[in-house]
Design a protein around this ligand. Structure first.
Ligand SMILES: [Zn+2]
Length: 284
């Protein structure tokens, strides 16, 4: 039986306090979107990889280059990890990105790196699903609230062993990129940007939900690499994540990653951001 706690007499008053945005818009140093718009008007593709369905793939993006994750054959969700190419201890920080921007990210938002570094790793420069906004269920696209499907949770929930979860796909991709077995590098795999995934929290119980992604072939999300990046992308076994994941049940499609160069002279005034200058004394 559920433990019922009586509300105090002043419950309504306590609940009526104003909501304060923790990190208000306008307090972050903004990216120079005009400069990036000029730079992205002159893009030249220099490389691409195809990530097969229920697989992972890795790619490198030099700082000052762009990359796109492209839907090619059908609705498909991708789970993205990013590392500093020269130091894998610096990696994408999904939780802080969520706190600084929102539960879902789009053009103008940035992907921030882990502590003690905390700098922009990439800036989103275009999103063909930017029109979606928030739907009637409160869902949006490209979330930083989910973690990634993984074989441990699958087993915990009684699903047995499944080896094509995003966590395993990312681990194998990172292993291949670093010449190590997947189990030796899986601790470097981290909470993802859920590319093209349509998610939210239910209004009544605030549970994480997914619904079929609106992505269609030709859609893409584009990033500017602020530092030298190693990326890994998993084509989630959930496909469009409209019904199931962590199994071979859903229809799955490949994803393409394109690496694009611009004219360096168009990046006027841009410099790779420095790692945080906090001295790390922590008051000692
Ligand atoms: Zn997945």
């Amino acid at each position: 039986m559920t433990d019922v706690v009586q509300a105090p007499p002043d419950a309504a008053e306590r609940r009526a306090k104003p909501a304060v945005v923790v990190y208000p818009n306008g307090t972050l140093p903004p990216p120079d979107m005009a400069m990036l718009a000029a730079a992205r008007a002159n893009l030249r593709k220099v490389d691409e990889i195809i990530v097969p369905p229920r697989e992972g793939g890795s790619f490198r993006v030099p700082r000052g280059y762009f990359f796109r994750i492209v839907s090619t054959e059908g609705p498909q969700v991708g789970d993205l990890n990013l590392w500093n190419a020269d130091d894998l201890s610096e990696r994408f920080f999904s939780g802080k990105t969520r706190a600084l921007h929102a539960t879902h990210v789009s053009t103008g938002d940035r992907l921030w790196s882990s502590l003690p570094y905390l700098r922009p790793m990439a800036t989103i420069t275009h999103d063909t699903l930017g029109w979606y906004g928030w739907d009637q269920d409160g869902a949006g696209i490209h979330d930083v609230i989910g973690t990634r499907c993984d074989p441990y949770t699958h087993r915990l929930l009684g699903g047995g062993d499944y080896h094509r979860c995003c966590h395993s796909n990312l681990s194998r991709a990172l292993g291949a990129a670093t010449g190590k077995p997947a189990h030796e590098v899986e601790h470097l795999v981290h909470d993802v940007l859920n590319v093209f995934m349509c998610t939210g929290f239910t209004h009544d119980t605030h549970q994480y939900f997914m619904k079929a992604s609106p992505v269609r072939p030709g859609d893409f999300i584009e990033f500017f690499a602020e530092i030298d990046l190693l990326g890994a992308l998993s084509a989630c076994p959930g496909g469009d994540c409209g019904a199931t994941h962590s199994s071979d049940a859903a229809a799955c499609h490949p994803l393409k990653v394109e690496i694009l160069a611009t004219e360096p002279e168009l990046l006027t005034g841009w410099r790779p951001p420095e790692r945080s200058s906090y001295g790390r004394s922590h008051g000692e």
